[in-house]
Unconditional design. Structure first.
Length: 499
């Protein structure tokens, strides 16, 4: 597919980006004129706001109260070019989607401080393509190439906040420099540069530079802090993500024979089909790791064989169309039955996960579930003779980490490793609160070249990962739709593997 060049007479027309790789065909005046006519009015009217509009309004109010008098700029991010007019898949910036409910590219939310306190929110969006200047069919982002966008009026009704043309944003930001401006940085280089331009003396000296950096960091941290506790709507979205993920794992179990005939890619592709049909995408690169590949924590090459007697570690999550992701791992015997040794490793990881899940409760330190799981793993490794006791010494020195390597879990939400920049005192060194969602994911990984373990253990990797909601009473395992114990995994596989 290619496109035609814009006629010279229309070169001054505002387009988002001209297409570059078209066949060099000119557009006759007759065609150009004809293309401006004969189109129906497709404007949608009297639209109902999207379900989360009330929630996004409340979130904006919280942010407004945290930064009185400051102008806040939250970009959605831009498409990233892969080559010419081909782009990488777009995923809106988390904070933007959280505050607007919108997931499209090239936009920006601005909260402008009012003299009487509070802020006015305006969402700057790409409007519908212009039909008079040809951009809708000749411009690179024309709607006839990329699909219909909501009009500014439609978006205002759907999202429940005023909208404006994003092309006016530079003028708007530049016209009033009285307020301090903060930006969620790193998503849109042009907007970052615009904000830099407003801080004329930000580079004057080290102190001014540090102050400028701090302005934006404080905004990012405040948003991450706020996102730590999920509201009811967010919890429902996460449950949708988890439920679709549970179905995706079931698809993979049924597809194990085809995976045996091909590679780990069949596992990845099978899960991806579920993610695209039920959600937006996968929330992170699927880890489909069979045999010794399971000892590589983030094995996403997924190009190894799936062998009958091996374990398959699948770490995958569906991301909803509203951008909430699950993060689930199951380690399953490809044959349907664990060998005695595989079961021994699996059962220790399971025991560690049981202890970790039991330590998730409101008021408990965030670190408690990690410590509980690590203790069980250390006890097992000492009992097996892989580590020299006593267990307290092992834990103090962290010796078990040679075989377990990673932390036992993390916050989960719109990002798989959610709220990573939130303040340590309310996150890593804080207490769990109802509405927080986290993973509990202990693992044991015996590297194929690790001479400190008996040969028969080398190349075995096991992780079990579930998504856990902190409730007023304790916890809910959101991914309980999947089996966890070795016996339950085998029974689940037996129902799905073709006989
Ligand atoms: N899927 C990455 C993780 O489990 O943290
Ligand atoms: Mn995971
Ligand atoms: Mn995880």
């Amino acid at each position: 597919m290619s496109e035609q060049q814009r006629p010279e007479a229309e070169a001054e027309a505002p387009v988002f980006r001209p297409r570059k790789n078209g066949q060099a065909q000119s557009v006759s005046d007759e065609l150009a004129a004809w293309m401006t006519t004969g189109w129906a009015d497709t404007e949608l009217r009297d639209l109902e706001p999207v379900e989360q509009a009330g929630h996004t309004a409340r979130r904006r109010d919280v942010l407004s109260a945290a930064f009185p008098g400051d102008r806040l700029v939250v970009p959605s991010g831009q498409l990233l070019t892969r080559s010419n007019d081909t782009e990488y898949p777009f995923r809106a910036a988390t904070d933007y989607a959280y505050l607007t409910g919108d997931t499209t590219d090239g936009n920006c939310l601005v909260l402008t401080p009012r003299a009487d306190g509070g802020h006015d929110a305006v969402l700057y969006l790409k409007p519908r393509s212009n039909r008079d200047n040809g951009e809708f069919w000749l411009g690179g982002y024309g709607e006839l190439w990329t699909g219909r966008r909501n009009s500014l009026g439609e978006a205002a009704e759907l999202l429940g906040l005023p909208t404006a043309d994003v092309r006016t944003l530079p003028g708007v930001l530049g016209s009033d420099t009285s307020a301090t401006t903060r930006v969620v940085r790193g998503h849109d280089a042009e907007i970052d540069a615009l904000v830099d331009g407003l801080r004329a003396d930000a580079d004057a000296d080290d102190e001014a530079r540090a102050k400028s950096v701090q302005l934006d960091q404080d905004l990012g941290v405040a948003l991450a802090d706020h996102r730590l506790v999920k509201d009811e709507w967010e919890i429902a979205q996460l449950q949708l993500a988890v439920d679709a993920t549970v179905r995706g794992f079931g698809d993979v179990a049924k597809a194990l024979p085809q995976a045996r005939d091909t590679s780990e890619r069949y596992v990845e592709g099978t899960f991806f089909l579920r993610a695209r049909v039920e959600g937006n995408d996968v929330g992170y690169g699927t880890i489909a790791a069979s045999g010794a590949n399971a000892t590589t924590l983030h094995w996403t090459r997924n190009d190894g064989p799936v062998r009958e007697g091996d374990l398959l570690l699948l770490d995958a999550g569906v991301e909803t169309t509203t951008l909430y992701t699950a993060d689930v791992t199951r380690t399953m015997p490809v044959s349907g039955t664990f060998t005695e040794l595989q079961r021994k490793v699996y059962d220790l990881v399971y025991e560690a996960q049981e202890a970790g899940i039991a330590a998730v409760a409101p008021g408990r330190p965030f670190t408690a579930f990690h410590e509980a799981s690590q203790r069980v793993l250390a006890e097992g490794l000492v009992e097996w003779g892989l580590l020299e006791g006593p267990v307290d010494r092992v834990l103090e020195l962290g010796l078990q980490r040679r075989y377990t390597l990673h932390g036992t879990g993390h916050m989960l939400g719109m990002d798989v490793h959610d709220c990573a920049v939130s303040r340590q005192e309310i996150h890593l060194y804080g207490e769990l609160k109802p509405g927080m969602v986290l993973t509990v994911e202990p693992g044991l990984y015996f590297q194929p070249d690790d001479l400190t373990v008996p040969e028969e253990l080398r190349g075995i990797g096991v992780r079990i990962e579930d998504d856990v909601l902190v409730t007023e009473e304790g916890r809910t395992v959101m991914s309980a739709g999947l089996p966890r114990s070795s016996a339950d995994v085998e029974a689940w596989l037996a129902e799905r593997l073709p006989r």
